[in-house]
Write a protein that binds this ligand. Structure first.
Ligand code: AHR
Length: 501
């Protein structure tokens, strides 16, 4: 049997977990919005057209932040098309996804929906086809109290109080050739700097995220970050990272090593930020926004066959299997283990489009939950407080010059609840014996221990049979949690401890 041992100590903390770590992206793409979160003619729609079944599922995920309206969509979007009387809104071509955008869902609907699900907005602006003028106008429309043409227009459109949107993304994946209005690093750096300047004149209290690379494997990775930071280090609070993983090679060991790649991506970006910081003689630390991350590959062939120019076509509708859930769980733990630098995270996406929640347009069941829903739900609810640094000893395997531990973990200390929460994933095809030493946290009790396991790696969850179960093979031996974890398993252990401040 495999063995793994871990140790945490109350004084050894990585950093506070920003509640925005467990956010999501909702893009005007496919059925993400239309027939996803918004479907006025559905029997379960509320008075705003929001699907109540979807709202309840999202609430289970405890999503604190939504990035909107894209994604690639934003780089061709005019925000003005989505305000005012719905019958007067223009129907337009969405060039990013070759679809028809009806604009029946826009800014006001989005903000109302955020309020319904209890999330903050991260508003992305179009730096593809547009720039400074539309961005500063949008900030004025959203955040200026009253007395100007745009703030009064917001009031006329039904919103008296300013929306007060605090977090803004300066474009999307501007390094990618596929992006409408793709730019070189210098072009983007200059435009982002001037746009940030104008936006902050309108509202100096806003926070800004700059676009980092779209993928770790981009040819321009590294140079992109360094160049743009030269222009915008003073202007922005966060640099974005995006990363998706696939199992196109049908190589489970490689797929399960995605977390090791994500860890190295984050370390690479931190190193670049800190090098620019040193070169600029800066005191300010650049924080990171991992504002697109997930597994994405199942739907790509079907998407290539979709006819262009449909309204809300089924695009990017991955049906996730159990292996994908293990990868999502381990990626989330990597984010948690970088809580000192990664302050914002957005699982991409939320409903129907590479999503944990799927809807049926009609009939029953009205929605179904994907395999990836379960680990994400647990970490978004319980990965709160501060991340503790774990001393890990796990057997490992080597892959492409990397060491991949079979057992990965992250640990949170939630002082508000006097709880320690351990997330542990066994990536091996056999059981593992674990020992988790909890040093210097007196009076430990196990509140809850769960496991998510026992499924074929290829199994998906359309029939809704997957569930989280009790983890029984576990004991508390003084200050040590000892037990056995199943092969290929995602586990969570909640412990109560005395207040350590
Ligand atoms: O999330 C799907 C797409 O992936 C987003 O629109 C884009 O930003 C990324 O390439």
């Amino acid at each position: 049997m495999l063995k793994a041992s871990f140790k945490i100590n109350s004084d050894n903390r990585i950093g506070k977990i920003d509640p925005r770590m467990w956010g999501s992206l909702t893009e005007q793409l496919g059925r993400g919005v239309y027939t996803g979160i918004y479907q006025p003619d559905h029997p379960l729609a509320d008075e705003n057209g929001f699907r109540k079944d979807v709202v309840s599922a999202i609430k289970k995920l405890n999503v604190p932040l939504i990035r909107y309206p894209g994604g690639n969509f934003v780089s061709g979007y005019n925000w003005e098309d989505g305000i005012g009387p719905k019958e007067e809104r223009p129907v337009k071509l969405d060039l990013a996804w070759k679809s028809i955008e009806t604009n029946q869902f826009g800014l006001h609907e989005f903000m109302k929906w955020c309020q319904t699900i209890g999330a903050q907005a991260d508003m992305a602006i179009n730096l593809g086809t547009r720039g400074i003028d539309s961005a500063r106008n949008l900030v004025e429309y959203c955040n200026f109290p009253k007395g100007t043409y745009l703030s009064d227009l917001r009031i006329k459109n039904g919103q008296t109080e300013p929306f007060n949107i605090k977090l803004w993304s300066l474009g999307n994946e501007m390094d990618g050739e596929w992006q409408i209005g793709h730019k070189t690093a210098t072009e983007y750096g200059r435009l982002a700097h001037e746009t940030a300047k104008a936006m902050k004149i309108v509202d100096p209290t806003i926070e800004l995220i700059a676009c980092g690379s779209s993928l770790h494997t981009m040819d321009t990775f590294g140079v992109w970050e360094e160049t743009i930071l030269d222009h915008i280090y003073d202007d922005v609070d966060y640099l974005s990272l995006h990363q998706y993983y696939d199992n196109d090679d049908h190589d489970i060991k490689k797929f399960l090593s995605s977390s090791v790649d994500l860890d190295s991506l984050i370390n690479d970006v931190i190193a670049i930020c800190d090098a620019v910081k040193a070169r600029k003689h800066q005191n300010k630390t650049m924080y990171l926004a991992m504002d697109e991350w997930n597994v994405w590959y199942h739907s790509k062939k079907a998407d290539d066959k979709q006819k262009p120019w449909q309204i809300a076509p089924p695009l990017l509708e991955d049906h996730y299997n159990f292996a994908d859930a293990l990868v999502v769980g381990s990626l989330a733990m990597v984010l948690m283990n970088h809580a000192d630098r990664v302050k914002i995270g957005c699982l991409a996406q939320l409903v129907n489009v590479i999503a944990p929640i799927m809807t049926n347009i009609s009939g029953t069941p009205t929605i179904w939950l994907q395999s990836i829903f379960y680990p994400f739900m647990q970490i978004s609810n319980y990965g709160q407080g501060e991340t503790l640094r774990v001393q890990s000893h796990s057997e490992s395997y080597s892959l492409e010059n990397r060491v991949v531990p079979y057992v990965e973990t992250s640990a949170a200390y939630n002082s508000a609840k006097n709880e320690i929460v351990l997330f542990i994933e066994n990536k091996a095809d056999k059981e593992v014996e674990i020992s988790y030493e909890i040093d210097d946290f007196p009076a430990i009790n196990i509140i809850e221990a769960t496991q998510f396991c026992g499924y074929d790696l290829e199994q998906t969850n359309e029939d809704q049979l997957m569930k989280i179960e009790e983890l029984k093979q576990l004991n508390l031996d003084s200050n040590r949690v000892v037990g056995k974890l199943e092969a290929y398993s995602w586990n969570m252990i909640r412990l109560s401890v005395k207040d350590k401040g």
